[in-house]
Every structure is written in C-alpha cells, then in structure tokens.
Design a binder for this molecule. Structure first.
Ligand code: UGA
Length: 434
C-alpha cells in the first residue's frame, strides 16, 4: 500500500518506519525542513533504540522516504496517517491547530480516493470534526474516509511496542475503510479491535488516564508505607500477583511525566467538564502527581532544615529512562524549586543533557559523568532510573561527596544493596537507611 504519514515525531516516525518494515511504501512528511534533512541522511531527530537502524535499512531498500512537501508526500497515497502533536493549551484543552492545518492541505494534493487515519490523541468528536473540514474543502472530487487509530507505544521502547503491541484499535463508521486499515496492519499479527470512531478516541484517553491513576494510587500507598513501616516493593509485588490488578505500572516514585500522561489527563478533565461531568477521581490523580514530584524536596527539607547553599546533584533528567525527552519531567520542577531555595544544582543524564540545557534553568551545572556531578555534593537526588545510575558503584558516593546522602526518587537500590555501604539512603515507600 502507498502510505503517507504526516508528522515525523515519535508516533509518526516509528509508525512510518514500522509500516515500511512490513512491506508498505511509506512517505513521511514533516514541515520542519531541518528534521527532514537529518532523516534523509539516516539520522533520527529523537533518541529511540533501534530506530536509526530501521530508518537506514528501509530507505536503502526503497520503501521509506522523507519530504517536507505535502504535494510530493500526498501524490501517490491511498492512506494518509496524521500523527502531529496535540499539546495542551493553558486551560488544559488539546490544541488541534496542527491537525486542522494538515487537514487543510489534504484535498489540494490528493490524486485519488484516500483514507485519512488519525493517530494523534484527540478529544472525542475530533475525527468527525476533521471529516467535516475535509469534506468542505474536497468539493466531492474524491472520497475521503476517516478512521481513528490511536497509538499506544511508549517512548524508549517504541519499536518493540509497535511490533509486539497488545492491541490495535480501529474506529470507523465505514466498514470498507476499516477493512483497508485492518489489512494494512495484518502483518504485525496483533489482535485488532474495531469499534466506533468516538469509542476509539475514548479508549486512548481512558487508557492513559487509567495508567496515570495506577501510578498516583501506588504513590499514595507508598507515602502510607513510609508512615506505617511497610515496604512498597513488597506491597506492589503482593498486589500485582492478583491478575485483576496486574504487576505492571506499580513502581512508586516521584510521579509520572512526559508528553502524554500530564497532557492527556488534563485534556480528559476538560473533555468531561465540557459535558458537565466533574471527573473528581482524575483531578485527584493530577493533584497527587504534582505533590509527588516535590516529595524528594520535602524529604530533604526535613533532613537538612534549610537547603540554602547546599550542593545538590541531580542524577537523571529525562522523564523516564531510554529517552532524551524531558517534557514535563520531574527534573524541571525539582531543579527550579531547589534553585529557588538557594541550593547549587549539578546535573547529569546519560542521554538527555542536550535537551535539558534547552529547557532547564541556566544556573544548573551540567556534567559529563555521575562522578563529576556528585563531587563535593551535600546530597544526591535520583530522578530517573537509568541503568548507568542503577549500576553505579555506591562506594564512590562515600569517596566523592561531602556527606554520602541519597534521596532516591525511583527506588533504584534495595535496602540490602545500600546497607553494605556507609551511606544515608532515603527512598520512596521504604524505611530510610541511616
Ligand atoms: C504512555 C503510555 O504508556 C503509552 O501506552 C502511550 O501510547 C503514550 O503514553 C502516549 O500517549 O503516546 P510514555 O509517556 O512513553 O507512554 O511513558 P510510560 O512508560 O507510560 O511512562 C510515563 C511516566 O510514568 C514516566 O514518567 C514513568 O516514570 C512513570 N511511571 C511509569 C511510574 O512512575 N511508575 C510506573 O510504574 C510506570
């Protein structure tokens, strides 16, 4: 099949590369020329394991190409995927301007009937609204069908997720269009669930909101564990053994971040509000997450009374490991608050430093190694559970820091591991080692 994908971000690029890998002819379109030039020389604009190899393989084998021109990109397509961003506006609403803009170009350049597949996360009803926009500009020259096909891949394991996903959701009002998209996905051999467009749109928000709820829930239990002398690691294992609960997404920590959960939870609260529904549970999930992001600072304040003039090393800046993405990462609010409180902040991340320098406060000292970040520090905050941090030789903390005090926001170490060293260790939902 000839497929165009608009938006060469996480979702668009990974989808495009994977559809090429299973044999389709794919053109990825992005209006950002710099991005397209990078991709043409097989450089991925985002850090994602396996992605660059697959880009270069599929371009060389003639199934994948890149362009910044809609005209060139839509020239030959039967199916157009829209995978542009839907960031949050100030009021939490999803900003649909990028999708509207793409839709405005489609009928100008298509040369046959097409199916437009919306992959971007959009409020319930948006696919229908975009279909109206398309019909307005189309003048009935060609038939344009619309299909909602939300994406569930995770950053950092996107390629693996797309080839081994749990389900593919296809929302359509037209069976013919639905069958074409089902056919296109068949080689992945992943269960396909077809439903209405509105239900498909809702499945995406409901899934992300539920996962965010699971995280805020386990974080509240973790806060209780600290007060009541239980151990969150064991509590999560014990809970997860119940198949109805499941053992994933029960890692307590400093909350969720990234470009999806914060944005999608706020958007769903808004969507509910628009139909006079007060989504109290989800509002609490968001509040708990905000509080949780500050929990290491609260622990440090209790330990030191004042953080003024302390040197604090942040280890890990991305919102989770295996990505250079720091959008809505806890590191942003934590570093800002530490500077406000008068601390000196050093920071190290194995991959995200370049991105962090663009967004984080200019008064942070970025280092090229964990050792440099922790040298003569009064305490360490672990913000992301990178393998390099989990494998760090804890005896170096005693050697290099003024006092080897660790506040671990991601439970990278067990109490047993830590007890073998002369360090003070505060983590999430567990007793402190002093
Ligand atoms: C999330 C969903 O997991 C994907 O299914 C979805 O497709 C994607 O959003 C999206 O909407 O595009 P992602 O944001 O890449 O994917 O990251 P996750 O792995 O879900 O992690 C999100 C945040 O939750 C991270 O900050 C992570 O540290 C935190 N988290 C995750 C926890 O604090 N505890 C956990 O047990 C799991």
């Amino acid at each position: 099949m000839n497929i165009s994908i608009v938006g060469a971000g996480y979702v668009g690029l990974v989808t495009g590369v994977s559809l090429a890998e299973i044999g389709h002819n794919v053109v990825c379109i992005d209006t950002n020329k710099e991005k397209i030039e990078m991709l043409k020389i097989f450089k991925s604009p985002i850090y994602e394991p396996e992605l660059e190899e697959l880009i270069s393989k599929n371009v060389k084998e003639g199934r994948l190409s890149f362009t910044h021109s809609y005209e060139e990109g839509f020239n030959n397509s039967n199916v157009i995927f829209i995978a542009v961003g839907t960031p949050s506006k100030e009021n939490g609403k999803a900003d649909l301007s990028a999708i509207e803009n793409v839709a405005s170009h489609i009928s100008n350049f298509i040369k046959s009937n097409v199916i437009v597949v919306i992959k971007s996360t959009v409020p319930v009803g948006t696919n229908e609204y975009i279909k109206e926009l398309l019909d307005k500009t189309n003048n009935s020259r060609f038939t344009i069908d619309i299909v909602s096909n939300p994406e569930f891949l995770r950053e950092g394991s996107a390629i693996n997720d797309i080839f081994n996903g749990d389900r593919i959701i296809i929302g359509a009002e037209n069976n013919k269009a639905s069958r074409v998209v089902e056919e296109l996905y068949k080689p992945f051999n992943i269960p396909i669930f077809t439903t209405s467009i509105r239900s498909a749109e809702m499945i995406k928000y409901a899934s992300n909101a539920f996962l965010a709820t699971k995280i805020s829930f386990i974080n509240e239990i973790s806060n209780l564990c600290e007060k009541l002398g239980a151990n969150i690691d064991d509590v999560a294992i014990g809970m997860g053994k119940d198949k109805r609960i499941g053992n994933s997404f029960l890692n307590a920590g400093i909350g969720y971040g990234g470009s999806c959960f914060p944005k999608d939870t706020s958007a769903l609260v808004q969507i509910a509000g628009n139909v006079d529904h007060n989504f109290m549970l989800l509002k609490s999930v968001i509040e708990v997450n905000k509080k949780q992001q500050m929990s290491l600072i609260e622990k440090a304040k209790k330990r030191f009374t004042s953080l003024k003039d302390l040197k604090i090393a942040l280890l890990g800046l991305s919102f989770k490991p295996n990505t250079d993405d720091i959008r809505d990462a806890a590191s942003i609010v934590i570093s800002e608050e530490l500077l406000n409180l008068g601390a000196t902040v050093t920071a190290y991340d194995p991959v995200a430093t370049k991105q962090a320098k663009k967004i984080l406060n200019k008064n942070i000292y970025f280092t090229d190694s964990i050792e440099d970040a922790i040298k003569k520090a009064n305490c360490v905050f672990i913000l992301t559970e990178w393998e390099e941090i989990k494998k760090f030789d804890l005896s170096k903390l005693t050697e290099l820091m003024i006092e080897p005090i660790v506040f671990d926001g991601r439970n990278c170490f067990t109490i047993n591991q830590v007890s073998a060293h002369i360090i003070e260790y505060h983590s999430m939902g567990k007793e402190s080692v002093i």
